[in-house]
Design a protein around this ligand. Structure first.
Ligand SMILES: [Zn+2]
Length: 164
């Protein structure tokens, strides 16, 4: 899923479980389950990798990041918070961290034998394999990006109903 979903689910999880450590771990794990749902952004990533869609990827990611800010502003200002904000924040960080690590990999392109670079590369490859796992196993390809946006919009409405 997009960043906005990972961040919002993280906030919800944090609010539900109340403990920062549990919120962080659960949201981190949930990230991978949510990513398995086909959501149309594979074309954006592939365009970025082949360098013909870098502009599109930057616009897509910037809008997604903007949506994160908007959603979190709504959640923190209007949401029905029953837990400490630190648990909610830990959930958000846990939910976003996998994609932040992927971004770190893409921006630094670690090469060589340094331990940190090798682990980051392993994590990136595993994240991408997880991302396409269901798409490759059960679908003939990713859903079109426009459906991806629709899926995110539906999930956002559901999440807002849960927390407001
Ligand atoms: Zn991800």
């Amino acid at each position: 899923m997009f960043l906005v979903i990972h961040a919002s689910v993280g906030a919800l999880v944090g609010n539900a479980v109340g403990s920062p450590a549990a919120a962080f771990s659960l949201s981190f794990l949930l990230h991978f389950l949510l990513d398995m749902i086909p959501h149309g952004d594979l074309v954006v990533y592939e365009g970025y990798k082949k360098r013909r869609g870098i502009r599109k990827a930057i616009i897509h990611t910037s809008l997604d990041a903007l949506m994160v800010v908007i959603m979190l502003t709504i959640i923190f200002s209007l949401g029905h918070m029953i837990s400490a904000e630190i648990a909610v924040a830990a959930g958000i960080v846990g939910g976003l961290l996998p994609d932040l690590l992927v971004a770190l990999f893409e921006l630094t392109q670690p090469k060589g034998t340094r331990w940190s670079g090798r682990q980051l590369t392993k994590f990136h490859d595993w994240h991408m394999r997880n991302h396409v796992f269901l798409i490759k196993k059960f679908f003939r390809g990713d859903v079109p990006l426009k459906y991806g946006y629709l899926i995110q919009a539906v999930v956002i409405v559901v999440l807002l109903k849960l927390i407001l």
